[in-house]
Write a protein that binds this ligand. Sequence first.
Ligand code: SF4
Ligand code: SF4
Ligand code: FES
Length: 265
Amino acid sequence: MSELQTEQRSGAYQAHFRVWRGDADGGALRDFEVEVHEGEVVLDIIHRLQATQAPDLAVRWNCKAGKCGSCSAEINGRPRLMCMTRMSVFERAETITVTPMRTFPVLRDLVTDVSFNYTKAREVPAFMPPAELGPGEYRMKQEDVNRSQEFRKCIECFLCQNTCHVVRDHEENKGAFAGPRFLMRIAELDMHPLDAAPAGGVDRKRTAQDEHGLGYCNITKCCTEVCPENIKITDNALIPLKERAADRKYDPLVWLGNKIRRRTE
Ligand code: SF4
Ligand code: SF4
Ligand code: FES
């Protein structure tokens, strides 16, 4: 059997990959020809590259099933999970460029330091259980459960955080902006009917505006477009949170309360 016949029968072909290699001190794109088999995803090709030509290539992954959120990268400039990007979406002659997420500092090759996200996560106060209810006594409407469920599909891949232009092009905004993933978390908690934060003195709407940078978001929906879990981050979390924060600001009772508080301080 000729080489061509073998290729036709197995569906294998050589793809041209351009992969960023380097570390915090700098790096460059490197070119590789890598074999591709039918049904494979980009992560398979990166693994084959490791196994055959670049054994020290750094890449983060765990599940290869789109559930651990580890293998985030930029493929032809688009933020995606490598394990969920099928090779069949590209032309065989196309050069496939794989680079690390741009918003976070590079550690090595395709691996970035995503600790920015853990810092932001810690800044959001956790769910506060209602004092008057014990375990097993929580009751919620199904629509409230469904709303939380959508947000809880998040796999913490941080592709939305990487994509948001507020921090992607503006390192200086990182201190003041939590990013879509964590504004979504605040929205989830603020809309939670049993969250006792207000009684505990935590005003999630105010902190979203004043401490987590909700005002920086101009609802471009870029975060929503890259979410591998198809969570409607902007429509279902960020816009409602903005509306709730605005309602609070222009609520005459809140306005009066703030005025009285300012006078007595
Ligand atoms: S909708 Fe808001 S959070 Fe999402 S990418 Fe746009 S500016 Fe960022
Ligand atoms: S909201 Fe979507 S894009 Fe953002 S971290 Fe969660 S799963 Fe990833
Ligand atoms: S390896 Fe787990 S999401 Fe890709």
